[in-house]
Write a protein that binds this ligand. Structure first.
Ligand code: ARG
Length: 563
């Protein structure tokens, strides 16, 4: 059972008339150091009820409390300190983890409710940026965490495959491009046309007019425009898939912005029916003054629809298709206002479920403290970052464990895992600096460090070569094991917290802490010495490996058994 419930159960017979379970739970504290017990209950609140000094109340309660299941329960000033029964605790916990294996930590908060997660969503004909990389790995981790607590995530890549930029791209391609060049290096060359368009249109504003016309044609289904567009989309997506494959990330849907092209008329009609559309300088807007937001621009004066119009259609489509219980958008913090507008317009339209839409923002990746620029060739850069990480991992493995089998595969798991872990260990809203050498280090707060700790646990188990039976006696009395045991017990709680805050860093930080605690324990304890707690110690080693592997898997990082 959850150990805190043990404390509640002990207090309840004495306090049920005055405090309910939820209040008890809220009052229970975890002392900073374990010499003050595993849990503490402050009694200040009871002074008014019992008309006694807190110290006296604590002493009186301790005299009456049923101490079964605890090593001891003592009054210290106005606190009651609870010390868990360590042998019992270790036995119960290790049995539970070995029995439940991969299911340890599962919860059913979601009741299988569907949760679309809008993630990655790069723009066609442009490189995937570091921001899109963040969205991809954060979204993937959130999907894993939500699945663990009983939701059904639906990972949607809302590709930026529609919009006025396609008019510009078509003009650019027709003026300066060639089929051969696009085939040879799609993203680099398509981006070149787009960049050139923006250089040229300064002196040739008529280019803008041409581009606008092409986009209007595209929206109307013109054959030539559609053909070019779908070709650009196809070659870009192929490039993106390389990166997704390297990261080991899959999507449930690639319905991008273009998918909503035939679904926007209905949205505009609904807005009209609800009298929400207003004309402003020829364009159609929804006024959001009441929300302290800029107006949402729904339709331009030439009839072209906009980013938010497509997002409105997408939100409604997702509600109808998935009957979602929550709908998430893992998108950089700079789009905060866009998502506020989106929610506000949906609210104005009368959709109560607009409250279930959550923008999950994140900060920037910097290099040497500076914002990364999304200039030309960046897609190659991102692929390079991943390849360089694998190379670095390979070098490290060559030095540390040259005889390792399937070194190349392990180097991939370590290098790519390092980049993902580095992204996820920071609270997602924080900006962080990217320095490849630091990311791939085998020591310190890195993914490889956690992977390495797991591999070490695995090697201990291989050496011991015993079959661990989930029903054996797993009593550990050694106080040196206590921190590790208690931390293993926290895992289910961490997952719940991470799921509620949409915060993978909670899991990453937990894994780092567990790895550190385990290494400290291992440095001072002879795990394999033959005494009557040897099997229990091995069960703990197996449990650590189990929980580290699961933590990494939740983050989307693999855990090689040897490295
Ligand atoms: N393609 C957009 C960009 O790169 C991100 C799309 C986010 N998702 C959405 N439904 N608006 O900025």
């Amino acid at each position: 059972m959850n150990e805190q419930n043990r404390v509640i159960a002990a207090l309840k017979p004495l306090l049920a008339d005055h405090l309910d379970d939820a209040t008890l739970a809220k009052l229970i504290e975890t002392p900073k150091t374990s010499d003050l017990g595993d849990y503490a209950f402050p009694v200040f609140q009871l002074a008014k009820i019992f008309h006694k000094a807190p110290q006296q109340i604590a002493a009186d309660l301790v005299a009456q409390i049923n101490q079964a299941g605890f090593e001891k329960v003592v009054a210290v000033g106005p606190y009651i300190n609870f010390f868990l029964d360590k042998p019992q605790f270790s036995h119960d916990l290790l049995q539970t983890i070995l029995q439940q294996a991969d299911q340890y930590g599962d919860a059913d908060l979601g009741h299988q409710g569907q949760v679309p997660i809008d993630m990655s969503s790069p723009n066609i004909a442009k490189p995937i940026s570091m921001g899109h990389l963040r969205s991809t790995v954060i979204g993937n981790a959130i999907a894993n965490i939500l699945a663990k607590v009983g939701y059904k995530p639906v990972k949607i890549n809302h590709l930026g495959d529609w919009g006025t930029q396609f008019g510009k791209l078509i003009v650019g391609y027709k003026k300066w491009g060639s089929e051969a060049a696009v085939k040879a290096d799609p993203i680099t060359n398509l981006l070149k046309y787009y960049v050139k368009f923006h250089q040229e249109d300064v002196e040739h504003p008529e280019l803008d007019e041409e581009a606008r016309e092409w986009f209007v044609k595209l929206e109307a289904g013109d054959e030539e425009a559609t053909k070019l567009w779908s070709w650009f989309r196809e070659v870009s997506l192929k490039e993106f898939m390389k990166i997704y494959n390297m990261l080991g990330i899959k999507f449930d849907s690639f319905n991008g912005e273009a998918f909503y092209n035939d679904k926007m008329a209905e949205v505009v009609q609904m807005l009209t029916d609800k009298k929400l559309l207003k004309e402003s300088r020829g364009a159609e807007i929804v006024d959001l003054t009441a929300y302290d937001l800029n107006p949402a621009l729904i339709k331009k004066s030439d009839g072209a629809t906009l980013y938010i119009t497509r997002d409105l259609a997408a939100a409604i489509y997702r509600k109808r298709t998935y009957h979602f219980v929550q709908s998430l958008y893992v998108v950089g913090n700079e789009q905060r206002d866009h998502f506020k507008q989106l929610k506000a317009v949906l609210k104005e339209m009368g959709f109560a479920w607009s409250d279930d839409i959550h923008h999950i923002p994140f900060g920037l990746i910097t290099q040497g403290g500076k914002k990364l620029s999304t200039r030309q060739g960046h897609v190659i850069l991102l692929e390079n970052v991943l390849n360089d990480a694998v190379d670095l991992a390979q070098k490290e493995i060559d030095a540390k464990n040259p005889a390792l089998a399937n070194k190349q595969q392990v180097a991939k798991q370590v290098g790519i895992g390092a980049v993902i872990f580095h992204d996820l260990k920071n609270e997602r809203l924080n900006n962080f600096d990217f320095n490849l050498e630091e990311v791939v280090r085998f020591e310190g707060e890195t993914g490889p460090y956690v992977q390495y700790t797991n591999a070490r646990a695995q090697s201990i188990l291989r050496k011991a070569a015993v079959e661990l039976n989930a029903r054996a006696d797993y009593t550990i009395t050694d106080p040196a094991a206590w921190d590790v045991l208690k931390q293993l017990a926290e895992f289910p709680d961490m997952i719940v917290r991470a799921s509620k805050a949409y915060e993978p860093s909670i899991i990453a930080k937990y894994a780092l802490r567990l790895a550190k605690n385990f290494n400290k324990y291992y440095a001072n304890t002879k795990v394999l010495v033959a005494d009557n707690e040897k099997t229990a110690r091995l069960a703990m080693v197996a449990s650590v490996s189990q929980v580290l592997t699961q933590s990494l898997a939740l983050l989307g990082v693999e855990a090689p058994a040897e490295m």
